[in-house]
Write a protein that binds this ligand. Structure first.
Ligand SMILES: Nc1ncnc2c1ncn2[C@@H]1O[C@H](COP(=O)(O)OP(=O)(O)O)[C@@H](O)[C@H]1O
Ligand SMILES: [Mg+2]
Length: 65
């Protein structure tokens, strides 16, 4: 699960579960991979329940012009 992450991604994914993080990086740089892998990592390690996670996403096409 963690094998294909670069060092900043790995740091964000494995951050202490009690800590908050802002993931700020350019388009296509791997932010979504960080978010989805962190959710999987937290669940896999029993640090949270899938029922206590919520992910919300949007696209620029959904934004008001
Ligand atoms: N560490 C990585 N190594 C190789 N490919 C990656 C890595 N992180 C992300 N990718 C790939 O790069 C593309 C963009 O990643 P994504 O997480 O969608 O970026 P963002 O959300 O920042 O736009 C996807 O195809 C993703 O699978
Ligand atoms: Mg994204």
């Amino acid at each position: 699960m963690l094998d294909n992450l670069n060092p900043p991604q790995l740091a964000a994914v494995t951050l202490d579960p009690t800590r908050h993080a802002l993931v700020l990086a350019g388009a296509g740089s791997g932010k979504t991979r960080v978010l989805t892998t962190r959710m999987a990592w937290l669940i896999r390690n029993g640090m949270t329940s899938p029922h206590s996670l919520l992910a919300v996403t949007f696209t620029n096409k959904a934004a008001r012009k």
